[in-house]
Ligand binder design. Structure first.
Ligand SMILES: NC(=O)c1ccc[n+]([C@@H]2O[C@H](COP(=O)([O-])OP(=O)(O)OC[C@H]3O[C@@H](n4cnc5c(N)ncnc54)[C@H](OP(=O)(O)O)[C@@H]3O)[C@@H](O)[C@H]2O)c1
Length: 392
């Protein structure tokens, strides 16, 4: 379906899950930053909650409202048919996300989400990438702190290095922040699904064409003291390295042989040891349904860190890139990663898909592939820092 045909649709952007914690922050960001003439709507399952949210937003009467429920696939098809771009915060995505991806792939609607669940992304690739290529839909997962600073940061770092030579990039992530009920539920769900996660990854490997003539790898790395950033580096097995690898597979600019490693950077060894032990305990507890239920009750859907707490939160991702005799230190940094910056990144990505002049892509694509330069420019203008710290 051509982009022109989609221009007939009533809305440029529909935000589904607008009444949730990140949904409301994203709605607030759009209300404050959408350019004049952007036609956008709030969507969710509760008409009453949506109406109350709209009243609180500047420019409320001009914002549309649509209702849809993930348990009603026809309502999701209607939603997808009303929008050029659908941005959804309704997670955990492995439980709630598939029908909307299917509807967007079928109707040629661009789709973005906030998933950090590799199982979901692999399942959606196998089931809907081909259909989305036929209709022209762009399916962009992980459009929040997972994985935009890392994906666009690696892209930014690569572009400081020579072309046509093997390149390595190491990323060191430091975060000072708290999380919401929705994020906690998604993390617990993931920890309890290791078997399904491996099966989905295997299935994807069977379906995905192999890269010919180039290499892009993401070895886990080993814990070490990283003198280059003056911190303990712990391999961080999030979705981020997978997303970076897919960008490197699709874009020639990453060179003939690209290697990316992803670490948490922790200043002191006891903090590193404590962090690993805490995550290990959570993973172990998530295997037992009663313990998982008890943990899930600690933070409810819709809850999240207060504005004061978020104002004190921050993130910094330092990258060390090497290749062709050059070494570069770059950095992507900003405020509260999980919520304020995620809402900003998510809303800017939705506006980028709706409004920017982007390379022609379709199917499951990463942020670097679908919107690399345009989205980097938008995020810099919105206060997320991308900078070259040093070159040698
Ligand atoms: N990538 C990142 O960096 C990042 C950062 C933050 C969050 N996240 C992810 O984003 C997701 C949302 O997080 P959150 O904290 O905002 O969660 P939340 O507050 O629990 O919000 C969930 C939203 O889903 C809606 N919902 C639930 N069931 C539904 C259904 N059957 N039909 C339609 N809508 C339904 C809820 O609607 P009601 O309001 O009607 O209950 C609510 O709007 C989570 O998966 C989280 O992991 C990712």
């Amino acid at each position: 379906m051509s982009r022109l045909k989609k221009a007939d649709r009533p809305y440029d952007i529909v935000l589904f899950g607008a009444t949730g914690f990140v949904g409301e922050l994203t709605a607030g960001y759009l209300a404050a930053h959408a350019p004049d003439g952007l036609r956008w709507a709030l969507a969710g399952r509760s008409e009453e909650k949506l109406a109350r949210l709209r009243e609180r937003l500047p420019g409320g009467p001009d914002i549309g409202v649509l209702t849809a429920d993930v348990s009603d696939p026809a309502s999701l098809r209607r939603l997808a048919g009303h929008a050029r771009v659908v941005a959804t915060t309704v997670g955990p995505y492995v439980a709630h996300g598939e029908e909307l991806v299917a509807a967007c792939a079928d109707t040629g609607t661009d789709y973005l989400d906030l998933t950090g669940e590799p199982e979901f992304v692999d399942l959606m690739y196998v089931r809907y990438d081909a259909r989305a290529r036929e209709t022209g839909a762009r399916l962009v997962h992980a459009c929040g702190f997972d994985s935009v600073p890392h994906d666009l940061g690696a892209y930014f770092t690569v572009r400081q290095l020579p072309e046509g030579v093997p390149l390595t990039v190491d990323a060191f992530v430091t975060v000072h922040a708290a999380f919401s009920g929705g994020t906690f539920a998604s993390a617990l769900g993931q920890f309890s699904r290791a078997r399904q996660l491996r099966a989905a990854a295997r299935d994807r490997r069977r379906h995905e064409p192999r890269l010919v003539g180039r290499r892009a790898t993401t070895p886990a790395g080993a814990p070490r003291f990283a003198g280059e950033v003056g911190a303990w580096a712990l391999p961080l097995p999030t979705i981020d390295p997978q997303i970076v690898r897919r960008s490197a597979q699709r874009l020639e600019r990453y060179g003939p042989d690209f290697r990316y490693r992803h670490y948490a950077a922790v200043p002191r060894l006891p903090v590193a040891v404590g962090g690993v032990a805490a995550v290990g305990a959570l993973v172990a507890a998530a295997q037992l349904p009663p313990a998982r239920r008890r943990l899930a009750g600690l933070l409810r859907s819709g809850d999240g860190p207060s504005a004061e707490k978020r104002a004190k939160s921050w993130f910094r991702v330092r990258f060390v890139g090497e290749g062709g005799g050059r070494r570069v230190f770059t950095e992507v940094a900003g405020g509260d990663p999980g919520y304020d910056e995620t809402a900003k990144i998510f809303a800017e990505a939705a506006m980028s898909l709706a409004l920017d002049d982007l390379p022609v892509t379709s199917g499951q694509v990463t942020t670097a592939v679908a919107m690399g330069d345009a989205l980097t420019g938008r995020l810099r203008a919105a206060g997320i820092r991308f900078r070259v710290a040093a070159t040698r």
